[in-house]
Design a protein around this ligand. Structure first.
Ligand code: PRP
Length: 209
């Protein structure tokens, strides 16, 4: 499976607060941000590091830093907005490129409404797509495709919860793209909502219904 389920106790605890239906928007957003921080940290685990020389107050020694030079964080609007701050705490020098996609309520198919990217991006750029929910995977695949059409080849996908159907869809549309999530839930229901899920992340973040 392409999904890495990050099950650290702090992640499990934050996820429980998100799932609870009584969690109000203020705390919901804060928990989304907290999880975005944890999950992007996990997503950074396999990044290459480079050595360099430093001098401590005691002596010269070798230190390391992340060698990755070009990282784009790509939140899928709207709900992905709540993940930016947490993700930027992990990658403070990343560019942020917003992608506007919503899921048509009648068909559950993704609709693109805001993609303002350069025609060509450096193929070495690592694009980390952020979206709290991976349900059918339609939005994820559309976002991945927007970057692939501009030459990007390196991706990670960070979500808070996923459905098995969404994981399979990303595996099919973008083989090899790793997914980092706090949970792969049971399934999608007849409305294509994740079960047990957490409801509509965008609405719960921003107090809309
Ligand atoms: C939700 C969610 C994902 C998408 C997941 O967004 O934030 O972007 O649906 O569904 P999928 O995997 O089946 O494509 P929504 O369409 O509700 O838009 P919003 O963030 O503006 O509320």
């Amino acid at each position: 499976m392409a999904a890495t389920v990050c099950d650290h106790p702090m992640i499990r605890q934050a996820l429980g607060e998100l799932r609870k239906k009584e969690t109000p928007p203020l705390e919901f957003r804060s928990r989304v941000g907290e999880l975005a921080r944890y999950l992007t940290y996990e997503a950074a685990r396999d990044l290459a590091v480079a050595s360099y020389e430093i001098e401590t107050p005691v002596m010269k020694t070798t230190a390391e830093r992340v060698a990755e030079e070009r990282i784009i964080l790509a939140p899928i609007l709207r709900a992905g907005l709540a993940m930016i701050e947490g993700a930027m705490a992990t990658f403070p020098h990343a560019q942020v490129r917003h992608i506007g996609i919503f899921r048509d309520e009648a068909t559950a198919l993704p609709v693109e409404y805001y993609v303002k990217l350069p025609r060509v991006l450096d193929p070495e750029t690592l694009v980390i797509i952020l979206d709290p929910m991976l349900a059918t995977g339609g939005s994820a695949c559309m976002a991945l495709d927007a970057f692939r059409r501009r030459g990007v080849t390196r991706f990670k996908f960070v979500c808070l919860i996923a459905a098995p159907e969404g994981v399979a869809a990303v595996e099919a549309c973008a083989p090899g793209v790793p997914i980092y999530t706090a949970s792969v839930d049971e399934r999608l229901n007849e409305k294509k909502f994740i079960v047990p899920g957490l409801g509509d992340a965008g609405d719960r973040c921003f107090g809309t219904t």
